[in-house]
Ligand binder design. Structure first.
Ligand SMILES: O=C(O)c1ccc(O)c(O)c1
Ligand SMILES: [Mg+2]
Length: 628
């Protein structure tokens, strides 16, 4: 399987696009005509440049409004095609994409179009070129791959084939299994794109909202399964028109594209039995057993304040690293590592962000397999010198410079806590916290797709629908990624402006990171009392919030009084109830949340978020803390 991407999918000028595409690991490109025209350089030089980067030009596109025209427009269309054939030969590519006509004077008629393609096929053949026909979802007469296939079939020319594009098929809700009846050797090229399900005009949807397979809601894997079932073994290419990506970082978008393609082909390989297999074998998505640890990079009084926060949350300082300035704080199954090192990765993370979560340990079934898969998806491994007596725990770079370690029991990595840490006679003071309920990561809205793709391609996690969270100063979009058994939950919070609480955190911490950690209790009222006795101060909620709760829910007066006394927020869904309270913001806008899920409540208290944010901002204003 050869991988490819259309130059239109990536931001930047032609050279920037190509560099990003080559660096991400693609085999080839579709050169989008506009990207070539905007470039100042001879087509032969451009072709040589592309090949010198290790990329092949698999396709030139698009050639528009060709078929079904009356004379003299028809003759003109053939002349235009000859000029493009000249250009293709200079660039060094043999395949052109002809998209179905939108020309107001195009006449329609399957046989007329087939005749046009037969003649174009002759002209292409005389130069050793090939022509592929693609049905645009909004084509004037042809807007369905089944009609495009009938035209190609009737053109009956070795140099004329079909081009399939998942967007055009799936956006029109055409059953992708109809592809299974097309002979694979007549499919000349396959383009893939996903998109979020939004009701809108097809052309507008296609030109602005496409995204990488797995980032949207279309059944791209089913489409691709049908394609491989035909025996098609040509390139698989991404063609993504997306406003956000046009303004994104070329290397990030290209890497995301590569990750999405490799993951998709692995999914297809696993469920569609074809020989030879369309993609190399690789380990499947890692099964997550939970969050093994969260590590903070911090220093001096910030570190002291953070540890004091952990103490009031009921954590115990239970271990000290044998060689490094690392303190282990534990409660229930939760492990927090406080790293005060002044060299190495954590130290750099501190210099960059201030006190920050610099590392997350994910408990998986097989750590080695998880790293192998991550690498095949294009992630970089992360290594630091391993000191005497220390375990070599596999790790990768996440996005935004973050680090993820993989811990398993199978290879004994979970022994790190006894091997590398000496027990500390810390104060016992459990407040009843049991595990990490979720990690909330804050990022700019533009980065959300990259993060969700990163997690969902690497781990057995699924996305829940995006929700809007109203901050008094702007909107924050929130999306949860979770394992089906809840063993890991991560919420992604995308800020659009720096005036929101999330946006302010992002600006002050110079990039995406964990803004809050939600810790689970099985008795939130007991936990709240235990923490209060240790001097924990919850985020104060307004009386108005509780007055509204009474109106929204059927709460007994005693329950309401308990909620109010503990500044505990409340929510319900169809399956259960939810209780949550918050810490006050800690340095830089980071904070903690305590939650209790009763029954099968599966949300995150989103209806409460606007009131929590307002309360946090109120408190920060009172304390004269900077905006956020
Ligand atoms: O939006 C378009 O015009 C357009 C052009 C070429 C394609 O391959 C395509 O899928 C869409
Ligand atoms: Mg296309």
């Amino acid at each position: 399987m050869k991988t490819s991407i259309a130059t239109v999918s990536i931001s930047g000028n032609l050279v920037e696009k190509l560099e990003a595409i080559a660096a991400a690991g693609f085999d080839g490109i579709e050169i989008f005509e506009q990207d070539f025209i905007a470039h100042d350089g001879h087509p032969r030089e451009v072709g040589d440049l592309i090949r010198s980067m290790g990329l092949e030009i698999q396709l030139f596109q698009p050639f528009r409004d060709f078929e079904g025209l009356p004379e003299p427009l028809r003759a003109k269309a053939f002349d235009r095609a000859e000029r493009k054939f000249d250009l293709m030969q200079e660039l060094g590519t043999d395949l052109v994409l002809v998209c179905s006509s939108c020309h107001p004077e195009a006449l329609g008629g399957i046989d007329r179009a087939a005749q046009d393609f037969a003649e174009l096929g002759d002209r292409a053949a005389s130069r050793g070129l090939r022509v592929g026909y693609e049905a645009l979802a909004w084509g004037r007469h042809v807007n369905d791959h089944r009609d495009a296939w009938e035209i190609v079939r009737r053109a009956d020319h070795d140099n004329v084939g079909l081009i399939l594009d998942s967007f055009h098929t799936l956006a029109r809700k055409i059953d992708p299994d109809t592809i299974r009846r097309i002979p694979g050797d007549k499919i000349f090229y396959v383009q893939l794109a996903d998109a979020p399900l939004i009701e809108m005009d097809l052309l507008y949807w296609s030109r602005h909202f496409r995204n990488m397979p797995g980032e949207g809601d279309l059944a791209v894997a089913d489409f691709m399964r049908a394609v491989v079932a035909t025996g098609y073994a040509g390139p698989i290419s991404l063609e993504i028109f997306n406003d956000q990506f046009r303004g994104g970082r070329p290397r990030t978008i290209a890497k995301d594209g590569y990750r999405s393609l490799v993951a998709l082909m692995d999914d297809v390989r696993r469920c569609e039995p074809v020989e030879p297999q369309p993609a190399p074998e690789m380990p499947g998505r890692a099964l997550v057993n939970g969050v093994s640890f969260v590590e903070f990079a911090t220093r001096r009084d910030e570190a002291d304040a953070l540890e004091e926060m952990f103490r009031t949350l009921g954590f115990r300082h239970s271990g000290t690293h044998i060689a490094k300035k690392l303190a282990l704080w534990t409660q229930g199954e939760i492990r927090i590592v406080v790293n005060r090192e002044t060299t190495g990765y954590a130290s750099s993370a501190y210099t960059m962000h201030g006190t920050t979560v610099c590392d997350i340990g994910i408990a998986v079934d097989y750590a080695g397999a998880a790293v192998d898969r991550a690498q095949k998806l294009g992630a970089d491994t992360f290594r630091q010198a391993v000191g005497p007596g220390e375990l070599d725990i596999p790790a990768i770079r996440g996005l935004s410079g973050s680090v993820l370690h993989f811990i398993d029991e199978a290879s004994g990595l979970n022994d790190v806590w006894t091997v590398e840490f000496e027990p500390t006679a810390g104060e016992h003071g459990d407040a009843g916290l049991t595990r990490i309920d979720h990690l909330a990561q804050t990022m700019s809205y533009d980065e959300m797709l990259s993060w969700s793709l990163f997690y969902t391609t690497l781990f057995q996690m699924r996305k829940t629908p995006m929700v809007d969270v109203v901050d008094p100063d702007g909107l924050v979009r929130s999306q949860a990624l979770e394992a089906s058994d809840g063993s890991i939950r991560i919420t992604l919070n995308g800020a659009e402006t720096h005036r929101t609480m999330a946006g302010g955190f992002l600006a002050d911490s110079f990039g995406a990171s964990v803004q809050h950690i939600a810790l689970a209790s099985s008795d939130i009222f007991a936990t709240s009392a235990a923490m209060a006795s240790k001097g924990f101060e919850p985020l104060p909620m307004s009386d108005n919030y509780y007055a509204d709760l009474v109106a929204r829910f059927d709460l007994a007066p005693e329950m309401l009084a308990k909620l109010k006394a503990g500044n505990i927020l409340y929510d319900e869904d169809a399956n259960g109830t939810f209780f949550q309270y918050y810490s006050r913001p800690y340095a830089g806008g980071m904070f903690f949340e305590i939650v209790e899920r009763r029954g099968g409540y599966s949300g995150y208290g989103a209806p409460n978020a606007p009131f929590r944010i307002a309360a946090q901002k109120r408190l920060m204003r009172q304390k004269g803390m900077p905006r956020k």
